[in-house]
Design a protein around this ligand. Structure first.
Ligand SMILES: [Zn+2]
Length: 306
């Protein structure tokens, strides 16, 4: 394919490759079955990759057996992956470990600034389209030597996140969700079912070296939804976005000290920063899981006041 306009285009073949080669025997069996049924492709009409300005911001969905992917969302997910990694490491973890964390992320820290700018440019894709912007921030196509480490990591997290998305869509297709007439409650349950299928398939990577990247990808992907729905109320057919994060993170088999709790917390921090809701980062948390639980209770309070 590789027909995009934004720098994320260079990673397009990677996520198709990761999807098809996932080391889960159960998924490979399902994939084989789907291929037999559809002759050539699990999504019988393949993929459509939409590029350029969009009126409606879309993530991904299946339309009559064809998976629809949107480069704008992909670029946003890449920007978010980069921002989460850098904000966590440079803005929170390093200062915390060196005892200099004040309870607030230092917005003047050069790496933090760059991460916030990258995220902000990603968010512009909701309402405008200036592709040049994305070549003036860290990006996967033209990589500045000084950004290389985080760009490489973000490429992995993004690719894993898109693999999660493809698995989620594959599950809808495999279970025949779009073919049945369903109530709103059923539709919400289908989303959790598709997430559960994707998580179960991805868990095959947990014992191997790429496992952590896959876990980060799941979290980046789930966190991306809260930027699309400020109120985190979901929609008629979609569950509340924070509940999906909860559902996903519980299935990652994390220790309480795992960085991923912290990265998910930074997802909420970034949400609060973007939407100007006052969430603070505690200095007192014993573990990153505690931090996550604190953010969750902040989110609960916020939603109660809506
Ligand atoms: Zn879905």
């Amino acid at each position: 394919m590789q027909s995009g306009l934004l720098p994320v285009r260079v990673l397009e073949l990677n996520f198709l490759d990761w999807f098809q080669n996932l080391p889960s025997p159960e998924f490979q069996e399902d994939l084989k079955q789907a291929l037999l049924e559809y002759d050539e492709h699990p999504f019988q009409k393949g993929f459509a990759y939409h590029v350029g300005p969009r009126v409606n911001f879309e993530i991904a969905y299946i339309d009559q057996g064809q998976i629809q992917l949107f480069e704008n969302y992909n670029q946003l997910l890449w920007c978010l992956s980069y921002a989460l990694l850098v904000l966590f490491e440079e803005g929170y973890k390093k200062p915390l470990l060196s005892g200099t964390f004040t309870g607030r992320i230092d917005l003047e820290h050069p790496e933090v600034k760059k991460a916030l700018k990258t995220f902000k440019f990603g968010m512009t894709l909701f309402k405008s389209y200036n592709k040049e912007l994305f070549y003036h921030i860290p990006n996967p196509e033209k990589v500045a030597e000084s950004d290389k480490d985080y760009v490489d990591k973000a490429n992995g997290v993004f690719t894993a996140g898109m693999t999660f998305t493809l698995l989620h869509e594959f599950a809808h297709d495999f279970y025949g969700h779009e073919k049945v007439k369903s109530s709103d409650e059923d539709s919400k349950q289908f989303e959790f079912d598709a997430d559960a299928y994707a998580l179960q398939s991805i868990s095959s990577t947990f014992p191997i070296e790429t496992g952590q990247t896959f876990k980060l990808g799941v979290i980046a992907s789930l966190c991306s939804f809260i930027f699309i729905d400020k109120q985190m109320q979901g929609s008629r057919e979609h569950p509340e976005e924070d509940k999906r994060i909860d559902f996903g993170i519980e299935k990652l088999a994390l220790s309480d000290e795992d960085d991923i709790w912290g990265i998910a917390s930074l997802g909420y921090w970034l949400w609060s920063f973007h939407f100007k809701v006052d969430f603070t980062l505690s200095k007192e948390c014993e573990t990153f899981k505690d931090l996550y639980l604190e953010f969750k209770s902040n989110v609960g309070v916020y939603k109660n006041y809506l």
